[in-house]
Design a binder for this molecule. Sequence first.
Ligand SMILES: Cc1ncc(COP(=O)(O)O)c(C=O)c1O
Length: 399
Amino acid sequence: MLTQTHAKAGRLADLEPVAEDPLIGLIALVNADPRPDKIDVGVGVFRDGAGNTPILKVMKEAELRLNATQITKAYLGSAGDKRFAELLRPILLGHHADDDRIAGLQTPGGCGALRLGFELIAKANPGARVFVGTPTWPNHPPIIKAVGLRIEEYPYYERGQGAIRFEDMIAALEGAEAGDVALLHGCCHNPTGADLSEDQWREVVRVVKERALLPLIDIAYQGFGRGLDEDAFGVRLMLDACDEVIVAQSCDKNFSVYRDRVGSLWIKTGSKADTQTAMAHVHQTAREMWSMPPDHGAACAHIILEDPELHARWLVELKGMRDRINSVRQRIAAADPRLAFIGRQYGMFSMLPLSPEQVLKLRTDHAIYMAESGRFNVVGMGDDQVDRFIAAVVGALDA
Ligand SMILES: Cc1ncc(COP(=O)(O)O)c(C=O)c1O
């Protein structure tokens, strides 16, 4: 007779509540604030001088072409748009583009690439520890934990000094063991804006190689810092030196297609055959998770990259975004010596040395919204809001 009961079986109603993502909560607060001059530097999207996140002109053109020429929406398979990945190869990999030990596939954004990369690591080496900088993008730890890998922290940035804690970072990585993972930001570090210099990359690559670590480079903002090639310096240097490298890439920012979810994952091993085996696992995992990535954004990026005229226009629009980021940075940096560090950093984000109380006061007194950590998006505000932002921040630093 079956006597076992299932009294303890979990019901959906027994689920624990989930703490709200603070950045999502911030968006709701901004939306609810009726003050017309509010400044939203919390959200992580590029905004132009008028404070909008427009669709790139070249992307609109590609969408029209796609609409006019696409004759089927039949399944593409777990690799997504293969031509998109091929066209991306030289942009990301540079002089490694022809290396047949490197293979890539389209993913649902940079997040999809990260998840897939960590899933692969968890399959190959479930005992690996992932060394993560503090601070890092807040979605890194949950993705790593979701695949069951352990996290170790390495010091990355000293907020009060506006500087990278490079010696501490190296010392922590020196303590990693063969097979452990070094998670690195390719460029435009989120949340700090503090990128490794070329010499610092050389040193990190040395440690990664000496300790036989597996580097996973997350590059979500290529082209937003110094230029497409310059921003890929670390990725390419790591590929120069190491047999095994994973790169998680996002096109959501540099093509401004955030919600369309365009990214890619790249795997390098010591041989073409080993890469093929690793990619077979990657494809299998992709099938288990999302089966195939969404097509629209990658199909449009494919059209842009394939056509020399559209490609050239994309480079111009990308430069326009980069120039705005860097000009707002210079404007803020010139306003006060305590903000000068912002002018030496790259990408959309920087961290202000403000306490959570000061951040809250900026919100209540000045309708300025940023993350509690002091992270703000330098291009979250329109050109006409920059002076007011600077005055309020300087006031907070003086207080
Ligand atoms: C460092 C970093 N990695 C990855 C991503 C993920 O990008 P995507 O929106 O393409 O998933 C982001 C997005 O904010 C990011 O800042």
